[in-house]
Design a protein around this ligand. Structure first.
Ligand SMILES: Nc1ncnc2c1ncn2[C@@H]1O[C@H](COP(=O)(O)OP(=O)(O)OP(=O)(O)O)[C@@H](O)[C@H]1O
Ligand SMILES: Nc1ccn([C@@H]2O[C@H](COP(=O)(O)O)[C@@H](O)[C@H]2O)c(=O)n1
Length: 227
């Protein structure tokens, strides 16, 4: 192949509500496929973390937008080397705390923030080394990558998602974790529709699937579209 020849990258877009398995399933499927993996929620979380660190009033859109100027964000797209950094600080774990999780909706509802992050996500997709990339979030199938070869809405019954999330959170009661999940979905749903599959998007309901079966279903959809 001539040096510098352009090779189209396969893009798999995955959306879904909180706790539906987007990140864990997408990352595992990327490993199987030899693809990169992009967690877009990490960027919203990282910007919320950054704004909180700077003492920004999250109810002040102008102040949140101003914090973008010092938002030096980096994410690992190798599913075996996942990291999230802001200004060189590793925030991979810090962005998962309940405080950041509760703050992120204030950031995600701002159209100017979303426009900038959409551009950032597309840059990350273009630059990733692998021959394909799975990008997951809330608006990937509809806004970030509507032309993706494979578009999936990954979902599961709310009670199942609450139980799965509660099993991994140790700093809150199951009731608090479940209430936070429902609150976040309600806030996010005002901004983008991730509960109903857009035209051409395949719904994958994992309510009655275990983790490995769900990963396999994503891999099967990817292979069917690319072979
Ligand atoms: N099919 C499944 N069966 C059992 N557990 C699952 C399944 N899919 C995902 N999980 C588990 O559910 C939990 C939530 O998954 P994950 O964090 O990937 O969801 P998410 O959609 O990325 O959530 P969020 O949007 O809140 O970040 C994890 O503990 C994950 O291992
Ligand atoms: N494409 C996306 C991805 C995320 N968000 C917002 O970020 C929050 C955190 O996302 P997780 O996937 O890590 O849970 C999420 O609750 C949304 O507010 C988004 O708007 N669009």
């Amino acid at each position: 192949m001539p040096q510098g020849a352009f090779v189209a990258k396969t893009v798999i877009a995955v959306d879904g509500p909180a706790g539906s398995g987007k990140s864990s399933v997408s990352r595992a499927a990327a490993r199987v496929l030899g693809f990169g993996y992009q967690d877009t929620g990490a960027a919203y979380r990282a910007l919320a973390w950054h704004a909180l660190q700077q003492g920004v009033d999250l109810d002040d859109p102008a102040a949140v937008l101003a914090s973008w100027d010092t938002f030096d964000y980096a994410i690992g797209t190798d599913p075996d080397d996942y990291f999230v950094r802001v200004g060189g600080t590793d925030v991979t774990d810090a962005i998962r705390t309940p405080d950041v999780t509760a703050a992120v909706a204030h950031i995600a509802k701002l159209p100017e923030v979303r426009e900038r992050l959409v551009q950032l996500f597309r840059r990350v997709m273009r630059k990733a080394d692998a021959r394909g990339i799975i990008t997951e979030g809330r608006d990937i199938t509809t806004v970030v990558a509507p032309d993706a070869e494979v578009r999936i809405l990954l979902t599961a019954d709310e009670s199942v998602r609450m139980a799965r999330r509660s099993a991994e959170v140790t700093t809150q009661s199951a009731a608090e974790t479940s209430a936070a999940l429902a609150r976040r979905d309600a806030a996010d749903a005002k901004v983008v529709d991730f509960m109903n599959a857009a035209d051409g998007v395949t719904t994958l309901d994992s309510t009655d699937l275990d983790f490995d079966q769900t990963v396999q279903a994503v891999v099967d959809l990817a292979r069917a579209a690319t072979h």
